[in-house]
Design a protein around this ligand. Structure first.
Ligand code: MG
Length: 222
């Protein structure tokens, strides 16, 4: 069975959905049968809607996102407010069913790596149990190197070694944005660090597609 690609991040709102959506579109364009899952949503359900659109109807919204909670809080807490609970085994079963049906399975976490998702689990635990390849998304700004290295330190060693890093260009770049990728590459190797441009026009979008294609090649090579 193909390895699951698990898109996680240094924080919430850093671009996980953009990266998951672009990976999904790229895999679909290559002719793969793709599942893109957002098992847990809290607050809005926009991320699942974006994946649904990228998949072009291959999965229903409820298949992509079986658990959604209304409070804009970490999913574990949002669920508790509705007197509901999600067990890790339920999420693992959703992902494994998709693995059995599709050539490629992408999973987007909710929040950052250690954000509580349900009863006693977070993205770290799902990545470990699925032996997934993590894609760590982080805004390319001052502090990014520390944040990426913290996420990698928090991952199981085997997962950290497979992890690919995506630095997302910010609308207003700071001076560190030009050197973060190179500094991370000193620790991790150049081939594992990918810089996604700010998606503001067609040229940048085309460049982003090439970056995502390169990211996918690295994932598949690992
Ligand atoms: Mg998202």
């Amino acid at each position: 069975m193909k390895r699951v690609i698990f898109v996680t991040g240094s924080d919430t709102g850093v671009g996980k959905t953009v990266v998951t959506t672009m990976l999904t579109q790229h895999l679909c364009a290559l002719g793969h049968r793709v599942a893109a899952l957002k098992p847990l949503c809290s607050g809005g359900r926009e991320d699942a809607v974006a994946l649904h659109a990228a998949l072009g109807g291959a999965l229903s919204l409820d298949e992509i996102n079986p658990w959604h909670f209304y409070a804009p809080l970490a999913p574990a807490l949002a669920a508790r407010k509705e007197h509901r609970r999600v067990l890790p085994a339920e999420v693992l079963a959703q992902v494994r069913q998709a693995q059995a049906r599709f050539d490629a399975v992408l999973v987007e976490g909710a929040g950052g790596l250690l954000s509580p998702l349900g009863v006693g689990f977070n993205a770290r635990i799902l990545i470990a149990r699925l032996r997934a390849t993590p894609v760590v998304v982080c805004p390319n700004r001052l502090g990014a190197v520390n944040q990426v290295l913290l996420v990698l330190a928090a991952l199981p060693l085997a997962a950290a070694r497979r992890a690919q890093i995506v630095l997302v260009t910010q609308k207003h770049s700071d001076a560190s944005a030009r050197s973060n990728a190179a500094l991370l590459a000193e620790h991790l190797g150049r081939e594992r660090v990918h810089r996604l441009p700010w998606l503001c026009n067609a040229a940048q979008t085309a460049l982003a597609r090439r970056v995502v294609a390169g990211l996918l090649r690295r994932i598949q090579a690992g």
